[in-house]
Design a protein around this ligand. Sequence first.
Ligand SMILES: [Fe+2]
Length: 329
Amino acid sequence: MAPGQPVGHETLAERAEALHLLPGWFRRPTPLLWPEMRSRCVPAHWRYQDVRECLQQAAHEVSTDQAERRNLILRNPIPDSDHATLRTLICAYQTILPGEKAKSHRHSPHAMRVILESRGAYSIVDGHKHPMESGDIVLTPGGCWHGHGHDGNEQAFWLDGLDVPLTHLLEPMFYQPHPDHWERVTQESAHSPMRFAWADTLAALERAEADPTGHFGTTITLPTPTMPTVTLKVCRWPAGWSNRPYRHTANTVYVVMRGSGHSVVGDLEIDWNFGDTFIAPAWQRISHRASEDSVICAISDEQLMRWTRYYRIEDLEQGGTRIDDPSGR
Ligand SMILES: [Fe+2]
């Protein structure tokens, strides 16, 4: 056909399809753009006591030889979700018994751990042996060898958080078992940028200034420069404290490190206690109230959302005033 010769729509569609082109003016089952964000994921809550019982049973039935990681994944309770806790994050509770070793490996996704109950467990990260004591937070940036062991006398429990769903979306997944199965310790590293000890976290919270927004409570941000997709914050919510409700475009996992309280995420009412995990998918209304003095670890993709300039937050106590929008609109 000569250039410039008019063609009917059907002919044009056929030509386009043969060239792997989709006419943008055709109606699509799913539009490319829509007015306001919506997340497929839903709010959810996992009670530590329930999970802990399952992990105790797993410790009897599954060895660390059978399972490289003896963990239970927090699956978002939507159809077809087999691994994601939120759009960008996966979390799992993990346990290890005294004397056990969870083999070393490395992978491109970034990982971190919130230690719930442990005396004597440890993580070897690139040869550095980091204690994992109750209340500690330990990082494993993508590409670092890591394995876990336990020198203590009681079963240890923690919560892992990784950006695996984001890696799946972007596709740069790489995984490698350690050639020796178990990485040798080259250095004891109690003090390391990879480990935030519980006592240091509490001291930093004591020094922290009050939250001027009223949304988050007194908060410290743990530096994660080698894990730019993950934001780690620890919040202190005194007994009786409640927040100004808000919603934002970050996906957040809350891990209860101390205390108890009540939160409402979207339509889900949550009574939380020590060790529980609950999640707030992006753009869901979030309100919290602490019953006891509480310390909460908030794992999110906030800095990823800020870097992409997708971060927005709305105060919902004043009728939805947009207070932080990098686009200026
Ligand atoms: Fe790993």
